[in-house]
Design a protein around this ligand. Structure first.
Ligand code: C2E
Ligand code: MG
Ligand code: MG
Ligand code: MG
Length: 294
């Protein structure tokens, strides 16, 4: 296994390499092959309500099950797909796969909102709202089943055009969320104009907030800002019970993190949710503290 890994090289993609280089072209054809031959997987990470511990949604996170390199994380091919424009094909595949998962989970009695990540190129793609509409119709899934996550930097790349796309997506019924909030450089003036429903506090502020006063202040201010603007707020990077409790005290709405559930194969999600619900029920039994996590 290690030998195979070494043969494939340590880095899938070196951003310093020229766009027209042989390496870029070969990685691009590998990625095409991956989509066509089912090597991509959509993992799901649970999103929980802090008030009562219920499962409200899941974020879809893509992985590449590479025949030689093993499970390749998104940061090793999403930026590449973004730079070559191939992300448009990827996003269509991801969205369609998410629609399939939503339908399957629904038939298993699990109704939730699936959060799908969009990138800069997607926001600049004028045809994206129509592509999504076609897929929703094909799968008989409502737009309200999805939350679309976009980063501040993706929006600020071309705010006018991004706003057009976002307005159309929002009018179609999609919820919109600002991912990695606090790490970008969007202004509050833009935030006010964007048709967003949710702020997602970046994990860099959340992961150490139980020990870091400043992080805690940033998280608290972001929660207040979101609520004052009528938005809901989710914290990512909840890695322990202390952080969960702090976020509850600060009135944060939703939480995601390794402490509750790591991104998992979609086929494992139902079993995870059943276990989770059983544990919550046990914790809420008389005499125990409500909605804490084990
Ligand atoms: P993101 O959208 O901000 O996703 C959150 C990342 O944080 C995920 O990494 C997730 O596994 C990780 N994470 C979740 N909980 C915790 C925690 O408690 N502690 C820590 N340390 N990390 C946690 P992942 O899956 O490697 O994805 C990284 C990034 O790749 C995503 O950041 C997103 O920007 C991009 N990405 C992933 N899937 C997609 C996709 O389908 N489409 C697009 N356009 N981008 C994607
Ligand atoms: Mg995200
Ligand atoms: Mg994020
Ligand atoms: Mg991130």
């Amino acid at each position: 296994y290690t030998a195979k890994r070494r043969a494939a090289g340590p880095l899938l993609y070196d951003p310093s390499i020229d766009a027209a280089s042989a390496q870029t072209l070969s990685l691009l054809s590998e990625l095409r092959h991956a989509v066509d031959h089912g090597e991509l997987r959509l993992f799901l990470q649970p999103k929980l309500a802090l008030a009562n511990g219920s499962v409200v949604g899941a974020e879809t996170l893509v992985r590449w099950q590479h025949p030689l390199r093993g499970m390749v994380p998104p940061m090793q091919f999403i930026p590449f797909a973004e730079q070559t424009g191939f992300i448009r094909n990827l996003t269509v595949w991801i969205f369609e796969e998410a629609a399939r998962h939503w339908t399957r989970l629904q038939s298993e009695g699990i109704t939730l909102t699936l959060s799908v990540n969009l990138s800069t190129r997607d926001l600049l793609d004028q045809e994206l709202p129509q592509k999504f509409a076609l897929m929703l119709a094909r799968h008989c899934v409502p737009a309200t089943a999805f939350c679309l996550e976009i980063t501040e930097s993706a929006i600020m790349d071309d705010p006018q055009r991004a706003l057009l796309t976002l307005d159309r997506l929002h009018a179609q019924g999609f919820s919109l969320s600002i991912d990695d909030f606090g790490t970008g450089y969007s202004s509050l003036a833009y935030l006010k104009r964007l048709p967003v429903d949710e702020l997602k506090i970046d994990k860099s502020f959340v992961m150490g907030m139980e020990n870091d006063q400043d992080d805690r202040k940033i998280v608290r201010s972001t929660i207040d800002l979101a609520h004052n603007l009528g938005l809901s707020v989710v914290a990512e990077g909840v890695e322990n019970a202390q952080i969960w409790d702090l976020l509850r005290e600060l009135n944060c709405d939703h939480a995601q993190g390794y402490h509750m559930g790591r991104p998992m194969p979609a086929s494992d999600f139902r079993a995870w949710a059943e276990q989770w619900d059983a544990r919550q029920a046990a914790l809420q039994a008389p005499g125990t503290r409500g909605a804490a996590v084990a």
